[in-house]
Design a protein around this ligand. Structure first.
Ligand SMILES: O=P(O)(O)OC[C@H]1O[C@H](OP(=O)(O)OP(=O)(O)O)[C@H](O)[C@@H]1O
Ligand SMILES: O=C(O)c1cc(=O)[nH]c(=O)[nH]1
Ligand SMILES: [Mg+2]
Length: 197
């Protein structure tokens, strides 16, 4: 799947949104990739995650376990794992910190891939990797659908994506006037009640 095909998939799903968005990192952006408009459609999700699985297998070899950060990572983590023939588990926030809960375990020899939906600063991915490190020292790499840092985010492990985009994001106190003029909305789950962080 080419980068243009990945972007076209987001566009045709209505997932390429314009406005004033508060991102997970606290940065503000005029563009938001509403991945849930992809994940509500199993056919679109399969197309993208099958391509991600193929790219991940080519880069990292056999994968035994996919670990994803909730909430956004759960669906692509599961679907990518399905195409890799791997198990799919996730970390979720407890008192603001990602943890493996629900009795999930990682076998010591399991080859682990971290799968994220969208990467902006890489903060959520690094937090997920830190949670995994408490259970496994065998992370072979990380993968996401769209890296909107255009390759700038450093996850500390080999990292692949289906598409790299350069989408602007600004600190809240340095907004361009046209962005400041729009009401801001925060679509993600970080910091909402029950998922503090
Ligand atoms: O690279 P970053 O700067 O961390 O931004 C990307 C993260 O932001 C979103 O998650 P969010 O915390 O908004 O919650 P969600 O997964 O519930 O959508 C997205 O799912 C990534 O996890
Ligand atoms: O940085 C984020 O929080 C973020 C950006 C984006 O485009 N989509 C998303 O789900 N989260
Ligand atoms: Mg997320």
């Amino acid at each position: 799947m080419t980068q243009d095909e990945v972007v076209a998939e987001f566009r045709s799903a209505g997932a390429l949104m314009e406005g004033h968005f508060i991102l997970s990192s606290g940065l503000r952006s005029p563009v938001f990739l509403q991945k849930m408009f992809i994940f509500q459609d199993p056919v679109r999700t399969e197309r993208l995650c099958k391509a991600l699985a193929q790219k991940a297998e080519a880069a990292f070899g056999k994968i035994d376990v996919v670990v994803s950060p909730a909430i956004g990572g759960i669906v692509p983590g599961y679907e990518t794992a399905r195409h890799l023939g791997a198990k799919a588990i996730f970390v979720e926030r407890e008192d603001g910190k990602f943890q493996l809960r629900r009795g999930f375990t990682i076998a010591p020899d399991a080859r682990v891939l971290m799968v994220e939906d969208i990467v902006t600063t890489g903060l959520s991915s690094r937090e997920c990797l830190a949670a995994i490190a408490e259970h496994s020292s065998n992370v072979v790499g990380a993968a996401c659908l769209i890296d909107r840092s255009n390759g700038k985010a450093n996850l500390g492990v080999p990292f692949i994506s289906l598409a790299k985009l350069d989408i602007p994001a600004y600190p809240a106190d340095a907004l361009p006037p046209e962005l400041a003029a729009l009401p801001a909305i925060k679509p993600g789950s970080r910091g909402i009640q029950g998922a503090k962080g």
